[in-house]
Design a protein. Sequence first.
Length: 132
Amino acid sequence: METKIRNYTTIALFFALSLFTTVASAKGEKKDPPVAQLKYIGNVGDQPVLQLDLNADKEDYFIISIKNQFGESIYSERVKAKVFTRKFRLDTESLQDDTLRVEVRSGSSKKPEVFTINRNARFVEETSVSKL
């Protein structure tokens, strides 16, 4: 009987502590949504296409730069916008398997948003069986 009471006490204590942890994490700091988002949207031929979306609270200057793994600038652009979308098609012949770094700096933030692009080629063979 005493063992059952200890078990129930342990379970009740566990649930009480987990409840306080959940409440504490729910009251945490609100983080601003990211200003920049980079998405892979598909291929044109053998070249991957990426879409960069900028979405700020107010109109601001943005500096978009793409650099290779050695830090050499491949592309750079300065844009003034509140909402902005740009599609990039990567030339796979000249870039080969280099890792690219996309940096988006805004005038209002001190820290840039950084994305990395890695290309991995794989061959996937898929077999399916279906009942007729």
